[in-house]
Design a protein. Structure first.
Length: 320
C-alpha cells in the first residue's frame, strides 16, 4: 500500500505575485488544497486580495485570469468562467477554463479548449485525461480510441489507458469487458481512484451492493478525496439506516466543495433522518429514487444532438 501523501507548505500568493506560473505549479496548488484544509485556508486569504494582483502583474487581463484560476480552485466555477473568459488567454488559463466548462456541462466549449491544451501539454496525463473526457462527453468514442493508440507508447505503464478503454467499452454497451479493463487498470495501480470508482459504480448499478460498498470505502483512504465516491457512499449508508455515517460523508464533501449542490441536498435529508422516523420500506424506495434522480446525465451515453439539446435547456440530472 502506498504511504500517505505528504503535503509541503505551499505559498498560494504566487498566484497573485508571480508574473509567469506554469501549469504544473497551478495543479500542484490545487492538489494541495484538496489534501489539506490549511492550504484551502491560505488560498481563501489569497482570494480575498485577488484584486491586488493587477498591482503585481504586467496587465489587468493577466490579473483577472489569475483570479479566475483561484475561483476554480475554490469551487466558484461560474465566477471562474467569467474571469477566465475576460482575462488573458494563456495556455494555462485555457486549460482551466476548459475544465470549468466541462464541470458546467458545456461540453462542446470544453472540448475546443481541451483539444488545444492536449496539443500544448501532450506529456501531461492530467491534460490528456481531461481531453479524453471531453471527447467522451461529446460522443466521440472512436476518437478516444484513436487518441489512446497515439499515446500508447508514452503512457504504456499508466492505468489511464485501460481505464479509458473501459469507459469506451461502457459507452458501447460491453459492460463485462469494461469491468475487465478497470481491473487491468488496478493491476497497474491498485490505488487508481477513477478505476476504483467506475468499478464500484458498475457494481452499484448491477445490484452487487457488498462489492460496491467495499470499493467505495477503499476510496475513503485515498487522497485527494474522491467526491463522487463520498456522495454514493453516503447514499449507501442512508439505505442501511446509518445516517450519521452518511452525514459525515456529505460534510466531508462540503468541507472541500462548499457549493456542491448534491451534497448540500443530501446532507439536509440525512439530518432529517436522524430525528424523524421513516417506514423502512418507504425509506428505501425514497433513497433509490433519490439516487436515480440525482444521477448526472454526463454519466450516460447520449447522442450528440440529444446532449446538446439538454445542455441548451440547462438540464443536468435525470431528476431535472
Amino acid at each position: 500500500m502506498k504511504t500517505a501523501t505528504k503535503v509541503k507548505d505551499i505559498d498560494t500568493d504566487i498566484l497573485l505575485e508571480k508574473e509567469n506560473i506554469d501549469l504544473d505549479s497551478i495543479l500542484g496548488i490545487h492538489k494541495a488544497m484538496l489534501l489539506t484544509m490549511k492550504t484551502r485556508g491560505q488560498l481563501e486569504k489569497t482570494f480575498s486580495r485577488a484584486d491586488e494582483a493587477k498591482k503585481e502583474l504586467s496587465s489587468q487581463a493577466k490579473a483577472i485570469a489569475r483570479k479566475g484560476i483561484i475561483c476554480w480552485m475554490l469551487d466558484k466555477t461560474a465566477e471562474a468562467i467569467k474571469c477566465l473568459e475576460e482575462g488573458s488567454s494563456t495556455d494555462e488559463a485555457g486549460y482551466i477554463l476548459g475544465l470549468c466548462y466541462l464541470e458546467m456541462g458545456q461540453n462542446e466549449k470544453a472540448h475546443k479548449l481541451l483539444a488545444a491544451s492536449y496539443k500544448a501539454y501532450s506529456d501531461s496525463p492530467e491534460v490528456v485525461g481531461s481531453y479524453l473526457d471531453s471527447l467522451l462527453k461529446t460522443g466521440q468514442v472512436d476518437e478516444v480510441l484513436q487518441a489512446l493508440q497515439k499515446v500508447k507508447s508514452k503512457f504504456a505503464k499508466s492505468p489511464m489507458l485501460p481505464y479509458y478503454q473501459g469507459l469506451c467499452l461502457e459507452y458501447q454497451g460491453d459492460y463485462d469487458k469494461a469491468e475487465e479493463e478497470y481491473e487491468n487498470a488496478l493491476d497497474l495501480d491498485s490505488e487508481y481512484a477513477p478505476a476504483i470508482f467506475r468499478l464500484a459504480y458498475r457494481m452499484d448499478l448491477t445490484g452487487k451492493d457488498e462489492a460496491a460498498l467495499e470499493l467505495y470505502e477503499r476510496l475513503l483512504h485515498l487522497k485527494p478525496t474522491h467526491i463522487n465516491a463520498l456522495i454514493n457512499l453516503g447514499l449507501f449508508y442512508e439505505d442501511k439506516g446509518e445516517n450519521q455515517k452518511a452525514l459525515e460523508c456529505y460534510n466531508t464533501v462540503l468541507n472541500i466543495h462548499p457549493n456542491h449542490p448534491r451534497a448540500n441536498l443530501y446532507r439536509e435529508d440525512a439530518r432529517s433522518s436522524l430525528v424523524m422516523y421513516y417506514d423502512d420500506n418507504l425509506k428505501r424506495k425514497e433513497q433509490e429514487l433519490k439516487r436515480l434522480l440525482g444521477q448526472p446525465l454526463s454519466e450516460f451515453h447520449l447522442p450528440t444532438r440529444a446532449r446538446n439539446g439538454l445542455d441548451e435547456l440547462n438540464i443536468k440530472t435525470i431528476g431535472e
